[in-house]
Design a protein around this ligand. Structure first.
Ligand SMILES: [Zn+2]
Length: 255
């Protein structure tokens, strides 16, 4: 038998509608999409999608929180200025990873950078249409659809461009696993950043009605996961979880 004991934060959220972000092109592919999955139209044939952007949202949330609290942390950018000399970093931030190792900031201690591995791991959030027949799978069921939209010309209000935008709607849970124990101050900052996430919104079209995120439940848990092999060579995996309400409450109050 093998086993591992670790902590995780489980967050239950609801979004009335979340849309893909406009991502940067890299190698002919669009990065930074909210949903990554197979092509297809209405999702009622059981296509699975990966919800992207949660880690990025948490990073931005940490930045907003640090600004509010007046503490300096890593910016997501690794550069101070663009090639043309334009300043990239707002006041109160240093380039990502520049603080390491001498004056490591709280964000870097938790999230790491190219210089040091992250101490938290996001479990993949796989979603599937509510119409899917899949039962007891690991995918979470939400409403997935494509909204047909068009752009109108300013004066004539004629449609000039039609396009479809993928969105999803519903409740889902995301899990952040702690690879290592965090001290109370770090755990508190992480929890507060999660609490701040709805202020920023998930995915794209935030200023146009999408990306609203409601936090429903949050739990800090201690997990013991064990794996054994039975007589017939079948692998049995078991998880025991325990909610750490007091530790969560104390960590939040550090800040
Ligand atoms: Zn830093």
């Amino acid at each position: 038998m093998v086993s591992r004991k670790f902590k995780r934060i489980k967050v239950r959220v609801r979004t009335p509608i979340s849309k893909t972000g406009n991502g940067a092109f890299s190698g002919g592919k669009i990065n930074n999409l909210l949903l990554i999955g197979a092509n297809g139209d209405n999702g009622n044939d059981g296509k699975r999608y990966l919800v992207k952007g949660l880690r990025g949202l948490l990073n931005h949330s940490m930045m907003a929180l640090a600004e509010q609290k007046g503490i300096e942390i890593c910016h997501s950018s690794e550069k101070k200025e663009t090639q043309s000399g334009e300043k990239l970093l707002p006041e109160g931030f240093h380039p990502n990873g520049a603080c390491y190792p001498e004056n490591e900031c709280i964000r870097h201690r938790i999230m790491g950078s190219i210089k040091k591995a992250s101490r938290v791991k996001f479990e993949p959030v796989v979603i599937i249409s509510t119409y899917s027949k899949e039962k007891n799978g690991d995918a979470q069921k939400v409403h997935i659809a494509t909204e047909s939209r068009n752009s109108l010309v300013y004066h004539s209000r004629q449609a000039i461009q039609d396009f479809g935008e993928r969105y999803f709607s519903g409740e889902f849970t995301f899990i952040i696993e702690l690879n290592e124990e965090l001290v109370q101050e770090e755990l508190g900052f992480l929890l507060q950043a999660i609490l701040f996430m709805p202020e920023l919104g998930l995915g794209g079209s935030i200023n146009n009605g999408a990306g609203k995120l409601e936090l429903l439940e949050i739990a800090l848990q201690e997990v013991i996961r064990t794996r054994t092999i039975n007589k017939n060579g079948k692998i049995i995996e078991e998880e025991k979880e325990r909610n750490l309400w007091k530790q969560m409450e104390e960590a939040i109050e550090v800040w």
